[in-house]
Design a protein around this ligand. Structure first.
Ligand SMILES: [Zn+2]
Length: 253
């Protein structure tokens, strides 16, 4: 489930008491957690988060008093039972402004056993007004009893610059050989890139193309990349851009 899918699910205002967010990277997990938190505190009407109510505005600024983030103490390898007990105490208090108070635990998979048992007690009998969001790189480090009480949100893996070298080689090879099916396959991961990833991919393709393609093919690719860059600058999503690249690079029309 990616962020837009999560947003769709949250929009119906059905918020669970506890979530585990896993997959992608730490930044995306926190983004998903903040989306859940925002939907939970939203006091607007229609789909949540509405984006315009007082609560949504505070949540977007990161200053909502009912959204609480527990991070590990600096340099600490794990969450200790003390910090989780503090969080439980806070969770028992009624929200300040919203109907729900959201408690995000970053790196929840780094709670030690005692800390996990402490949070488990709260998850077993959660206060009506509390929502917990546990972020975990490795959810299997969480006790099965903790996992079973949470709705799990698994974000798709992030495809970033580090995955580019393979994609770049595959795209150029497929294009140069005229194998359209291989080109379709090679371009598939591009759909998942964000803007920065796409920009990196485009410049890597340009560099590689110069050394691997003949003049006519090089020109065609270079025109296609110019167009892709323009679209990316205009915030067109990667899916559409991939479609364009495919359309202009395929040999059979
Ligand atoms: Zn709202």
């Amino acid at each position: 489930m990616d962020l837009s899918e999560l947003q769709k699910r949250l929009s119906g205002r059905r918020i669970f008491h506890a979530y585990i967010v896993t997959g992608a990277d730490g930044q995306d997990r926190m983004r998903a957690a903040r989306l859940i938190a925002n939907a939970a505190v939203c006091s607007g009407t229609g789909s949540a988060p509405c984006g315009v109510c007082r609560d949504c505005i505070k949540a977007a600024k990161g200053v909502h008093p009912d959204i609480d983030v527990l991070s590990r103490e600096e340099k600490a390898k794990e969450h200790t039972v003390d910090s989780v007990r503090d969080l439980r105490a806070r969770a028992g208090i009624l929200p300040n402004e919203a109907e729900k108070a959201v408690h995000i635990i970053d790196d929840a998979d780094l709670m030690n056993l005692q800390a996990q048992n402490a949070i488990l007690k709260t998850l077993e009998e959660p206060p009506e007004h509390a929502v917990f969001v546990l972020l975990a790189e490795n959810p299997l480090k969480l006790l099965p009893t903790v996992r079973s009480r949470c709705e799990t949100v698994t974000l798709p893996p992030k495809i970033g610059a580090t995955d580019c070298p393979e994609a770049v080689g595959a795209i150029i090879r497929a294009y140069a050989s005229g194998d359209d099916l291989a080109l379709v396959r090679a371009l598939a991961p591009v759909k998942k890139l964000d803007r920065a990833g796409l920009a990196e991919l485009i410049s890597a393709l340009r560099a590689k193309a110069v050394t691997s393609l003949g003049p006519a093919e090089l020109l065609r690719l270079s025109d296609t990349l110019d167009e892709a860059e323009k679209m990316s600058g205009a915030n067109v999503n990667a899916g559409h851009i991939t479609g364009l690249m495919l359309g202009s690079l395929c040999h059979t029309k």
